[in-house]
Ligand binder design. Structure first.
Ligand SMILES: NC(=O)c1ccc[n+]([C@@H]2O[C@H](COP(=O)([O-])OP(=O)(O)OC[C@H]3O[C@@H](n4cnc5c(N)ncnc54)[C@H](OP(=O)(O)O)[C@@H]3O)[C@@H](O)[C@H]2O)c1
Length: 333
């Protein structure tokens, strides 16, 4: 099968389209013919092995390969069709159109990926193309996890810091569906997009600091690693909640102290990416509460360009790589 591979860490040019062996599903696994995969910020961070939060570096390097990547096919969030199932799998059948997350196995930059059926993989929404569906799991699962953790209530003032990104664009829509009044913070070129996603207010972080506008908030969902923790906590109302998706070590420590000793709560960590959460997202999609926004779809041959597009931060929505032969009609599109 064809796969976009990388055998060393580095620039987008390390990505190579190669023939590799097709995986065989084990008894509890399904073999998925991947149709589309999101090129995510996390793929880029793994490829160049640079992370905005420095403490990730050593444990991840040990886990993922010290001198070169141990898993050479990236791609964590995808849509495709079930090609075959392992002998113990009962919940999927051949030909099912699915979308979901590969977890730490990655592998969705290849024409086929074998994954445990218990992974966060479910039937794709009927009203979505493969490309649109591939753009949902990363942003949707992370946004839903943190907004549920924040216990967003109708009427809450919610800030999404990094609102124009994959997670941010979903967070705006989900927070609106929870009844919040949303302020999106990002760069000016993304204002129209962020308002289209439903944000009530917009702050251009290159011109203003949302923590210094004399406004206060019930929830701050922060994807930006360099934010001032103290300023964010000060900008919260009594009983306010600060959610960090990209915590520095100092933020983790201070979050514990804030939660223990003040009337505010600060939480950090990784989204668990549960099947139940993907089902909730599917319902939101089918009932029109959230839409998936694809900036551009690239063929496999231009995977390096897809990565460059994510790196330049000019995109409005998800960058998706179409997996399979160029020119082949994708069923469901
Ligand atoms: N905790 C978790 O479970 C988890 C899971 C997945 C990802 N993450 C991390 O979360 C981060 C966001 O992920 P993503 O996929 O949404 O990334 P993304 O698509 O690149 O979005 C980040 C957004 O933040 C904006 N931004 C950059 N600096 C900013 C600032 N100072 N103030 C406000 N906005 C700013 C960026 O725009 P401009 O650069 O154009 O300004 C971009 O629109 C990534 O670093 C990723 O590694 C965490």
């Amino acid at each position: 099968m064809k796969a976009i591979t990388y055998s060393r860490y580095g620039s987008p040019d390390v990505l190579q389209l190669k023939e590799v062996p097709k995986p065989e599903p084990k008894a509890d696994e399904i073999l998925i013919r991947v149709r589309a995969v999101e090129a995510t910020k996390s793929d880029i961070e793994m490829r160049r092995f640079k992370f905005p939060v420095k403490w990730f570096w050593l444990p991840l390097r040990i886990a993922f390969g010290v001198t070169k990547p141990r898993r050479q096919i990236l791609g964590g969030y995808f849509a495709g069709e079930v090609e075959s199932i392992g002998t113990a799998v009962t919940e999927f059948g051949e030909g099912d159109q699915v979308f979901g997350a590969a977890g730490l196995r990655f592998g969705a930059y290849g024409e086929f990926v074998a994954l445990p059926a218990r992974n966060t993989i479910i039937l794709k929404p009927g009203n979505m193309s493969f490309a649109d569906a591939a753009a949902v799991p990363l942003g949707g699962l992370n946004a839903l996890h943190f907004l549920r953790l924040a216990n967003v209530q109708s009427g809450d003032q919610v800030v999404i810091n990094g609102a124009g990104g994959s997670i941010g664009a979903h967070a705006i829509q989900i927070a609106k569906s929870m009844g919040a009044v949303v302020t999106g913070v990002d760069i000016a070129i993304k204002e129209k997009f962020i308002r289209r996603m439903g944000a009530d207010h917009f702050v251009d972080y290159t011109k203003e600091n949302f923590t210094e506008l004399g406004r206060s908030y019930d929830v701050i969902f922060d994807m930006v690693p360099g934010s001032s923790y103290a300023a964010c906590i000060r900008a919260l109302n009594a009983k306010g909640r600060y959610m960090s998706g990209n915590p520095r070590l100092s933020v983790m420590l201070r979050s514990v102290l804030t939660t223990r000793f003040t009337d505010k709560t600060a939480r950090f960590g990784f989204a668990r990416e549960l099947k139940e959460e993907l089902l909730a997202l599917k319902e939101m999609i089918e009932s029109g509460k959230i839409v998936s926004i694809v900036d551009k779809v690239y063929p496999m041959e231009l995977a390096a360009d897809a990565h460059r597009r994510v790196e330049t931060e000019q995109r409005l929505g998800a960058v998706v790589i179409k997996i399979g032969d160029l020119g082949v009609e994708i069923p469901g599109e």
